[in-house]
Design a protein around this ligand. Sequence first.
Ligand code: HEM
Length: 280
Amino acid sequence: MSNTEQPSNPEPETPNLEFEGTTPYEDYVRASVLTSLQHPLSDEPGEMVFLVTTQVMELWFTVLVHEWSTAARAVRQDDLPTAMAALRRSVPELEALNASWKPIANLTPGQFNAYRSALGEGSGFQSAMYRRLEFLLGDKNPSMIIPHRGVPAQYEELEKALYEPSLYDEVLQLLRRRGYDVPDEVLDRDLGKRYAPDERIERIWQEIYSGPQDTELVRLGEALTDVAEMVWRWRNDHLMATRRAMGSKQGTGGSAGVAWLERRAQNNVFPELWTARSHV
Ligand code: HEM
C-alpha cells in the first residue's frame, strides 16, 4: 500500500455481541452443562485432570459407537461407501482418544494414591459406553452388563446391543452375500457370546488378501484392521498407565488389576484379519 492510500476499513468486523437469551454456541454445544460436570472427590489438585480425561474418553467412546453403528447399518444395507466413510473417520478419532492418555500416562503411585481412595469402588470397568463399544467389535460377554442392572433403561439398551449382530457379524453376512462360504454355524451362533475365531473365516480373508489388492473387500479389511490396531493400542496404553500408577495392586473395581488387564489387552478384535496374514 502506498503512503497516500488509507485502508477503507481499518477495523476488521467484530463478531456479534448481542443475543437474546443464551448464545447460539451455548444452544448447540451445551458448554455450561458440560463444564458443570467436574466434581473431584478429593482435595488433590491432580484429580481434576484424571476426572476430565475419563470424561473426554467417554465422549470419544460415544463418537465411536456412533461411527461403528453407522458402519454396521450401512454394511447391512450393502452401502459400502457410507460404511467405509464411517470406519475411516473412526481411525483419527481413535488416535485422538488414545492421545488423551498423555496427561495421565505417567502418574507415580504416590500421585495416584493421593485421590485413589476417593474413587471408592468406581472403575472404568463400569463404563456402559465402553461396553457398547466392545459389543460392536464382537467382544461380547453377558456378565459385563450385570453392573448396569440398577439402571433399567441403560441395562435394556446394553442387553439389546449384546444380542445384536456386531459390526464384524455384519461384515461376515456381507461376505456370504458376496459369494463366500461363510458357515451357518458362524452366522447362527449365540450372538451374546464373544466372537470366537474360525478357520473357515480365516481362509476367506486369506483368499481375499491373496487376490488383487485394490478391491472393495481388501479396502474394507484394511479399514477394520486399522480400527483393530487402534483398539489394541488403547488397551495397551491403559495397561501401561495402570502398571505405572499402581503396579500389581488390586483394581478399584475389584479385579486383579494389571494381571486382569493384561489378559484383556492380549485380545485382538476381528481375529481372522490378523491370523489370515500368515497364509497370504
Ligand atoms: C492411571 C489411571 C487408571 C488406572 C490406574 C486404571 C485402572 C484400571 C483397572 C485396574 C481396571 C480393571 C478393573 C478394576 O479392577 O478396576 C480398569 C478397567 C477399565 N478402565 Fe481403567 N484405569 C485408569 C484410567 C482409565 C481411564 C481414564 C479410563 C477411561 C474411561 C479407563 C477405562 C477403563 C475401562 C473401560 C475398563 C474396563 C476394561 C475392560 O473391560 O477390559 N481407565 N482400569
